[in-house]
Write a protein of this length. Sequence first.
Length: 245
Amino acid sequence: MKISLLLSVAALVHQSTCDGPGLGYDPNTTLDCIEWHNNGFEQTCEEVRDYYNITPEMFHKWNPSVGLDCKPWEYHSYCILSQERYDEYLATASGSSKTGATATTGPSTVAPSPTARTIMGCFEEGGYYPVIDKNVSPAGGDTALTIPGCRNTCYLQSYYFAGVEDGNQCRCSEYINGELAKNRGECNITCTGDKTTFCGGKGVINVFRAEALPTTTSTPGVSSAAETVLSTTQNSGARRNRVMF
């Protein structure tokens, strides 16, 4: 997820990551870990670090039992993302677009969700599996699609991720499968229900993740990270991604 970074927030195999340790783990593992890799020896330590784009120093900081030389590598769960690192990503990815932005409310009549979807990024379609697997829009597309409406629909159906595509498609999934687009500007089709925000594009999909709603009230003139229009100027190299919770 784009400060050279991060997310590759991904999983090497469908069941290899989760938001809690599935195996034994070092009690000295960083306390703010939010993503784990369950090591079943399918990959070496070096492969895992490289795949998630984690430096040896960072991996050791999160997992003190593993040295910079990747030893020992046990049948354990290891931290691959801390809350601190995730917050840094969000600030970098969406902070600049907040300035001067105007908060908008789409026409969706769905009751507010108790979660807010933070931006995961603009992903490319075209792989063997769709990036977000379940299309919940009516045939022909949603004529009043908004990001809040889509994310709330996915939340109500107990999914972890929501995606908007082609301006009128809402998709839901428990995982993300695909690559981040090389240019975020490819997600440039406005939502049918809110012409001030982008709902993916042709062959690309904007993906959001569920997070707890902040307790503070919004400030006029500043939109939340989840509601701002994605920057069309930031480029990034594609990273292989698959997230499973």
